[in-house]
Design a binder for this molecule. Structure first.
Ligand code: SF4
Length: 191
């Protein structure tokens, strides 16, 4: 049997509690018969990262057969938080549960000066965004500064990352932005 931190804690916690209660004369068989099953037993689990701050704590989301979240726990195997979540992270459950089935999954576009949203395909939206980035970059690319120093930079575009973006994704994102010549690169967790 492979012991993880979680199985070790489960085992030692259960053994210590059981031993202590038996020593006090409790009938553990009767207690076990009456015990309710945890509501997370048999649920689907998904591993995620808390989106709220730069700590990037790991969490486990438990969801029912319809994919609706029913509980969230800190991930005991995650190196950042080792199973704990602060009160903000613990409230992730409300966000996930409240937004279940309500999140917009389609691209909605409202043109300059427009009042109505129009549905667009992801292909259209991504092509449009890529076009705007390329045009802006080409228009404002600065090879030299006012003193003649080679700078190869673009000051007309800024990039702001989100805390739900993990380390590896941030690494790739910053590389891509630097390739374009961006110098204004920051992250929501620093704000
Ligand atoms: S659980 Fe708390 S400390 Fe951890 S990432 Fe979320 S907000 Fe930050």
């Amino acid at each position: 049997m492979k012991f993880t931190r979680r199985s070790f804690l489960k085992l030692t916690g259960a053994s210590v509690a059981t031993t202590a209660l038996i020593e006090f004369g409790y009938n553990m068989a009767a207690v076990a018969a009456e015990a309710e099953e945890l509501r997370t037993v048999g649920t689907n689990t998904a591993y995620t990262i808390c989106p709220y701050c730069s700590c990037g704590c790991g969490a486990i989301i438990y969801s029912d057969e319809h994919g609706h979240p029913i509980a969230i726990d800190g991930d005991p195997d995650h190196p950042t938080n080792l199973g704990s979540l602060c009160s903000k992270g613990a409230s992730m459950f409300q966000v996930a549960a409240d937004s279940a089935g309500k999140r917009n999954t389609k691209v909605l576009y409202r043109g300059p000066g427009g009042c109505e949203w129009e549905e667009r395909s992801w292909d259209d939206a991504i092509t449009d965004i890529a076009r705007k980035i390329k045009d802006t970059r080409d228009k404002y690319f600065m090879e030299k500064d006012a003193d003649g120093n080679i700078v190869n930079r673009v000051e007309a575009i800024a990039s702001l990352g989100g805390a739900a973006v993990n380390n590896e994704e941030c690494y790739l994102w910053v590389k891509a932005m630097r390739t374009l010549g961006l110098v204004y690169i920051d992250h929501q967790a620093r704000i």
